[in-house]
Design a protein around this ligand. Structure first.
Ligand SMILES: NC(=O)c1ccc[n+]([C@@H]2O[C@H](COP(=O)([O-])OP(=O)(O)OC[C@H]3O[C@@H](n4cnc5c(N)ncnc54)[C@H](OP(=O)(O)O)[C@@H]3O)[C@@H](O)[C@H]2O)c1
Length: 301
């Protein structure tokens, strides 16, 4: 099978769409014939070597943490899914022809492969952040970075819970934020004041999905600094905010099932831009620019 991979840390020019050993489903896993897999910022962070201890990987590194496809192998201790089922979810090495998933949900009927592929990491991360913040009907929430992969899903998930949402983006993405159900504000200097103006005072919760606004500023928006949760600023704890990277905070299966039902009901829409796997380097370049609208997704023809 072919998989996106690299052998030298660096930029998108290091990517190769090349042969790799076939993965197999272990206990609790399924393998899918991949139809589409999304690009997440963690992919180019891994590629850059910023997350590595070694100077050069010992063997080719495969990329990708979510995908959608058709189940073609079912591991031990797995119930409720069979070869031929169409699923989407989270795994590793997913930007490939075959990939192993650790958590999945059924592909909602009629929802595009690229859209469900985009929903794995973004859906799980959004559910996690909103649950940690206790977002429910009546909550006023600020999403810092609302037009990106996680942000666009988090805004809509919060709206379905009955929250009032203010979200930041560049000016060009304000119409998108309005469509998603949020009041848009510009990010950057003065963002705290703009959020307070839009919300009529402090908010109940802040979901920092961009990691760009200093945490010391974001905590001014809430009564309790712990009501700021960041997924992208790992220094935010110094200001009293909470930081989550997944792990024990994560309930992937529940999150994916929630995401699937919102997609099925048409209450969640994910803007996607697609690229053939052979052109993954271009998608990585755009992701690295930090100004993605919705999700970038690699697709097989
Ligand atoms: N900890 C975890 O579990 C976890 C999980 C998933 C992702 N992440 C991390 O979370 C971050 C976001 O991921 P993503 O997939 O949503 O990224 P993405 O799709 O690349 O989105 C980036 C978004 O950030 C916005 N942005 C750029 N500059 C900003 C600023 N100064 N203030 C506020 N927003 C700004 C952009 O808006 P404009 O286009 O309008 O400029 C864009 O929509 C990444 O660092 C990623 O690695 C962490």
């Amino acid at each position: 099978m072919r998989a996106l991979q690299f052998t030298t840390y660096g930029g998108p020019e290091q990517l190769a769409w090349a042969e790799a050993p076939e993965p197999h489903a272990g206990p609790g896993q399924v393998r899918v014939a991949v139809r589409a897999a999304s690009v997440n910022p963690i992919d180019w962070k891994m590629l850059s070597g910023a997350m590595a201890q070694d100077e050069r990987p010992e063997r080719p590194v495969l990329l990708g943490f979510d995908a959608a496809g058709v189940v073609d192998e079912v591991g031990d201790r797995v119930d409720g899914v069979a070869v031929g089922d169409e699923v989407f979810g989270r795994g590793s090495g997913t930007q490939a022809e075959l990939a192993v998933l650790d958590a999945w949900a059924t592909r909602p009927e009629g929802v595009d492969w690229a859209v469900v592929a985009a929903a794995g990491v973004a859906g799980e991360t959004s559910e996690r952040g909103l649950r940690l913040l206790g977002v429910e009907s009546g909550t006023t929430l600020f999403v810092d970075g609302g037009a990106g992969g996680v942000g666009a899903v988090a805004v809509q998930m919060a709206v379905t819970r009955g929250a009032t949402v203010v979200a930041s983006a560049s000016e060009a993405n304000h119409p998108l934020l309005r469509d998603l159900g949020a009041t848009p504000v510009l990010y950057g200097d003065g963002v705290v004041e703009r959020v307070m103006d839009a919300a009529g005072g402090q908010v109940d919760a802040v979901f920092d999905v961009a990691g760009k606004t200093p945490a010391e500023d974001l905590v001014r928006l809430v009564r309790d600094p712990a009501q700021v949760v960041s997924i992208a600023n790992f220094g935010a704890a110094a200001a009293g905010a909470r930081v989550t990277g997944g792990g024990d905070d994560s309930k992937p299966v529940e999150a994916l099932e929630l995401t699937a039902s919102l997609l099925a009901e048409g209450r969640l829409e994910i803007p996607v831009r697609t690229f053939p796997f052979e052109e993954a380097a271009e998608a990585y370049r755009i992701s690295q620019s930090g100004h993605v609208r919705g999700k970038l997704v690699l697709v097989h023809p």
